[in-house]
Design a protein around this ligand. Structure first.
Ligand SMILES: *Cc1c(COP(=O)(O)O)cnc(C)c1O
Length: 449
């Protein structure tokens, strides 16, 4: 099939995720056909630096044969066996061991799933099981944050705080949402430090309002990813820690994006010095080569659910799929052997921070922020008032299209441009990324004038 035939069949038979089917039908899809290193190429031969690592998952880029070969060998040896009914497979045990090593101290158990959404559903099941076994069944409510993203199953979407999603389904009734720590958008006249404390105190207020005896857990991404790379003010996590220390409430950190090195530490929990009870992971654990997710379970929780009798009536056919686990093992080996995370922390992260900050001087940029290898740009019409171009956030979409034209994949979340490039990016590729982003900003400024 040629390009237009592919687009036509796509339109006729494929329902895409998070897509306006009507718009897509008019525009046609961009057909991606190959990839190498940090670059993807479409059917027209247009090569782009992938500033989003696929969908935050291909952190080692696209050319890692060690991973594809590990999957292939496993598929030929034992393509599938389940972990139900007292059975197990060698790759699942080995990956569980490795995860216990690389995750924060005191997290030594893993429950495997097929995705991040499933893992958050699993968290809801574990949280309830834990409090039931602790004979505190009244602890049921889970507090999350507005504009959080925790996946797209009913459980994941209920935990998430995206208003557009909540309009289209019925949320679980035991989930509550508090303010997000988004200083640029919601900080008003407060300094970032003041606002960070304020946003964290919202958790305390919510717990008081609901009654601490009714609150089971608080879930949060270390940094909100899909919500627009919202890096909380430095005061936020320390204050959250103070609040949680006062109450007997589980902390769930959703590390689906920030796990496996994006901050320059193994996990966001390491970066912020937090001690979660449960930690969701997915995406980069296999470098995007095979679907796999899971939740790391702390000793505190694992001891309760393991030592008390009775079956935990939960699991997925593909929990601990052997080929997925082999992909995970190969990915973790590369991260360790090539010191990828140390390089992000010591070299490429600081260099991106320096170069990205230059974009803040651009007339349509209200803020440029980075941490490790993520970044965001706030597009504004007026720098001082932080006013956007229009209520529909059209500048973001324009900038994304301009960026792609210039050979860089950036994503738009409203009028916030975000990047999460592969962790293997070189200094030269960071220069290329910043130059292409700069050109996209120039083109956007012209188009919006
Ligand atoms: C992507 C994402 C999820 C959902 O993972 P899926 O594999 O798409 O189900 C959950 N949490 C966060 C923070 C994510 O970014």
């Amino acid at each position: 099939m040629n390009k237009s035939q592919l687009q036509q069949h796509d339109r006729e038979h494929l329902l895409h995720p998070f897509t306006d089917f009507h718009d897509l039908g008019n525009q046609g899809t961009r057909v991606i056909t190959s990839a190498e290193g940090a670059y993807i190429t479409d059917i027209d031969g247009h090569k782009m630096l992938d500033g989003m690592s696929g969908l935050w998952c291909c952190n080692l880029g696209y050319s890692r044969r060690e991973i594809s070969e590990a999957i292939y060998e496993q598929l030929n040896k034992l393509p599938f066996y389940n972990s139900f009914f007292q059975c197990t497979t060698v790759p699942s045990i080995e990956l569980a061991d490795m995860l216990a090593e690389v995750t924060p101290a005191g997290m030594n158990n893993v429950f495997f799933t097929g995705s991040g959404s499933e893992a958050n559903d699993t968290n809801l099941r574990i949280i309830r099981r834990y409090w039931d076994l602790k004979e505190q069944p009244e602890k049921r409510i889970v507090i999350s944050r507005k504009n959080a993203y925790h996946g797209s199953t009913i459980g994941g979407a209920s935990l998430g705080g995206m208003s557009g999603m909540h309009k289209q389904f019925q949320s679980l009734d035991y989930i509550e949402h508090i303010q997000q720590p988004y200083w640029f958008g919601e900080g008003g006249d407060m300094s970032p430090e003041e606002f960070g404390v304020h946003a964290a105190r919202c958790l305390d207020e919510k717990i008081q309002e609901l009654g601490p005896e009714k609150v089971a857990a608080f879930i949060a991404e270390p940094i909100q990813g899909a919500g627009g790379v919202i890096i909380p003010p430095e005061t936020y996590w320390p204050e959250i820690k103070k609040v949680l220390d006062q109450y007997d409430i589980l902390l769930v950190m959703d590390e689906v994006i920030f796990g496996f090195g994006r901050t320059g530490e193994w996990f966001g929990a390491d970066y912020y010095g937090m001690k979660p009870d449960l930690m969701t992971f997915a995406k980069a654990v296999t470098n995007g080569y095979f679907p796999l997710g899971g939740t790391m379970v702390s000793d505190r929780v694992a001891e309760v659910i393991k030592s008390k009798g009775g079956e935990f009536t939960h699991g997925y056919t593909y929990s601990a799929h052997p080929a997925a686990c082999m992909a995970g093992i190969a990915t973790l080996n590369i991260l360790r052997e090539e010191k990828i995370i140390e390089t992000v922390r010591d070299t490429t992260g600081p260099y991106l921070a320096k170069r990205w900050a230059e974009l803040a001087d651009h007339p349509i940029v209200g803020e440029a922020r980075t941490l490790g290898l993520v970044g965001a740009l706030e597009l504004v019409k007026d720098k001082n008032s932080r006013a956007r171009f229009d209520d529909d956030c059209t500048a973001g979409g324009v900038c994304r299209d301009m960026s792609i034209k210039n050979g860089l994949v950036m994503r738009a979340t409203g009028d916030t441009m975000i990047i999460a490039p592969p962790l293997i990016l070189t200094i030269e590729q960071i220069d290329e990324l910043v130059e292409k982003a700069h050109r996209a900003l120039d083109d956007t400024a012209r188009a919006m004038a």
